[in-house]
Ligand binder design. Sequence first.
Ligand SMILES: Cc1cc2nc3c(=O)[nH]c(=O)nc-3n(C[C@H](O)[C@H](O)[C@H](O)COP(=O)(O)O)c2cc1C
Length: 134
Amino acid sequence: MKTAVIYWSGTGNTEAMAKAAAEGANAELFAVSEFGGNVADYDAFAFGCPAMGAEVLEEEEFEPFFTDIEGSLSGKKVLLFGSYGWGDGEWMRNWYDRAKAAGAELIGDEGFIVNDAPSDDDLAKLKALAAELA
Ligand SMILES: Cc1cc2nc3c(=O)[nH]c(=O)nc-3n(C[C@H](O)[C@H](O)[C@H](O)COP(=O)(O)O)c2cc1C
């Protein structure tokens, strides 16, 4: 089982979540700008991106990356996570539906979201969810 955690984070909240997910899933960890691998070589992914713009994925790096790879997610186990600020999680509901439409086998009935900085409890929960990718 080969698993990657791929994330974008501006102020570190989603990065802290990514580290916990990588631990839980025993996965390789990449900032999205560093990922040079081939999606086909992995069985499972955790993707992390905060709510940006107006309830969208970060548009310079993460959105183009996800657009490129979403057609290759069919049948792969996928966990989505990210931090948000003032919204109600709309960006994640849209992202979850998009990944589901791409045929990904999503972990959980929704993505794992945390308001601002994750607590130790949030990180432990995410780690446990990520373990389901393995
Ligand atoms: C440019 C910008 C746009 C944002 N847009 C939203 C938004 O639409 N909805 C929301 O809930 N939070 C929004 N936020 C807040 C971030 O999602 C929040 O600060 C999050 O914790 C950042 O995660 P990070 O530390 O991983 O970068 C925005 C923040 C920035 C800087």
